[in-house]
Design a protein around this ligand. Structure first.
Ligand SMILES: [Zn+2]
Length: 63
């Protein structure tokens, strides 16, 4: 069962939740469309002490 982790859209700066991968699949990046403004972004998932943390960047941005 996937848990949800909050992420902030780099385009509209609204926060929403995305399904996090399991810790052994991190770090990873996924392409995602913002649920608020529908713009594409890249979400990077990293694991900190068994918590999945997501950070998002626009397609033209670097982390
Ligand atoms: Zn957005």
């Amino acid at each position: 069962m996937a848990c949800l982790t909050p992420v902030t859209c780099p385009s509209c700066f609204e926060e929403f939740e995305v399904a996090a991968p399991s810790p052994d699949e991190t770090p990873c990046t996924v392409d995602y469309d913002c649920e608020v403004c529908c713009r594409p972004m890249v979400i990077r998932f990293v694991c900190w002490d068994d918590d999945i943390v997501a950070e998002a960047a626009g397609l033209g941005d670097s982390f």
